[in-house]
Design a binder for this molecule. Structure first.
Ligand SMILES: Nc1ncnc2c1ncn2[C@@H]1O[C@H](COP(=O)(O)OP(=O)(O)OP(=O)(O)O)[C@@H](O)[C@H]1O
Length: 248
C-alpha cells in the first residue's frame, strides 16, 4: 500500500526577477515522517518553505500540503500546519500559560479544549511551578521547547520548523529532538531545516538543496553509502562545496 503523502511537490519554482531562488524542486513527504530540509545559506530553503506554508505563491510547478493546493487553498494550508521559526513567535511579556492560551485561541480551539490541553501540556513539560512566569525569563532552550509545543498545540498534520534549535547546547538540542520524535509518533509530520549535521542524522529522510535545486534526497544511511563517506557532514560538504550562492 502507498504511504499517505502529506506534502507533494513537483517542479516547484520561485523566481525573483530572472533569478530562480527555488528551481524545479520535486519531492513527497510521508505522514509521520521526519523530513530534514538541508542546504547551505542562500540555497533556497526558506523560500521553498514559505511556498509550502501558504505564505508566498510559487512562480511555477505544483504542490499540495495536507491535501491542499498551494495556489488556491493557502488559508486551508495555514489551518492544518504548525510553524516555528528561529525567532519563534512567543510573547516575552506574557506568562507561559498566557502564551499557550493565546495561541490556542489563535488556532481556533474553544475555551474548554484550551483549558484541558494547556494543563496537560504544562504538566508534560514539567513547568507547573513556572506556569505564571513571564516567557522572557525562561532560558532559550525552554523557550524553544515551549514554542514547539505551541506550534503543535492544535494538533496540525504537519509542523514546519525553521532552524528550531539555534544557539543551544547539544544536550538541550537532544531533548528538543525527543519532543520531535514524540510528536512524529502521534502522526504529526515534521519538516525541519537545520545546519546541524547531528540533527540531520535524526531525520528519516533528508533533502539537500544546492543553488535552488534538490541535489540529493534519501535516508541518512543511504546518502552516506551513496557518497561513500561515514558522516552526514561529509555528504553535505561534497554537495555544498560546489555551490555558487552563499549567505546574503
Ligand atoms: N524577496 C526576495 N527577493 C529577491 N531575492 C530573494 C528574496 N528572497 C530570497 N531571495 C534570494 O533567494 C536565495 C535563496 O534564499 P533563501 O532565504 O530561501 O535561502 P536559505 O536556504 O533559506 O538560506 P539561509 O540558510 O541563509 O536561511 C538567496 O540568494 C536570496 O538572496
Amino acid at each position: 500500500m502507498d504511504e499517505e503523502k502529506v506534502i507533494t511537490c513537483k517542479s516547484l519554482s520561485k523566481k525573483f526577477g530572472d533569478f530562480y531562488a527555488v528551481n524545479e524542486i520535486t519531492f513527497d513527504v510521508n505522514k509521520g515522517e521526519i523530513f530534514g530540509f538541508l542546504g547551505a545559506n542562500g540555497a533556497g530553503k526558506t523560500t521553498a518553505m514559505r511556498m509550502l506554508c501558504g505564505l508566498s505563491f510559487p512562480s511555477s510547478g505544483e504542490a499540495t500540503v495536507a491535501g491542499f493546493d498551494v495556489y488556491k487553498q493557502q488559508e486551508f494550508i495555514k489551518k492544518n500546519i504548525g510553524y516555528m521559526s528561529q525567532k519563534f513567535s512567543l510573547y516575552e511579556n506574557l506568562s507561559i500559560l498566557e502564551n499557550i492560551e493565546f495561541f490556542g485561541g489563535v488556532y481556533g480551539l474553544d475555551r474548554k479544549e484550551i483549558k484541558e490541553r494547556s494543563g496537560l501540556l504544562i504538566q508534560t513539560l514539567g513547568l507547573e511551578k513556572e506556569a505564571k512566569k513571564m516567557v522572557g525569563e525562561l532560558p532559550l532552550g525552554w523557550k524553544q521547547k515551549l514554542a514547539f509545543s505551541v506550534a503543535i498545540f492544535h494538533r496540525p498534520k504537519i509542523v514546519f520548523l525553521d532552524e528550531p534549535t539555534g544557539g543551544v547546547d547539544p544536550v538541550t538540542r537532544r531533548q528538543f529532538w525527543d519532543m520531535i520524535y514524540e510528536a512524529a509518533a502521534t502522526g504529526i509530520t515534521i519538516f525541519v531545516t537545520t545546519h546541524y549535521m547531528d540533527e540531520a542524522e535524526y531525520c528519516n529522510r533528508i533533502s539537500i538543496m544546492v543553488d535552488g535545486k534538490v541535489e540529493a534526497l534519501d535516508s541518512p544511511s543511504n546518502l552516506k553509502s551513496k557518497f561513500s563517506v561515514h558522516s552526514m557532514d561529509d555528504v553535505f560538504y561534497q554537495l555544498a562545496r560546489g555551490a555558487s550562492r552563499s549567505a546574503d
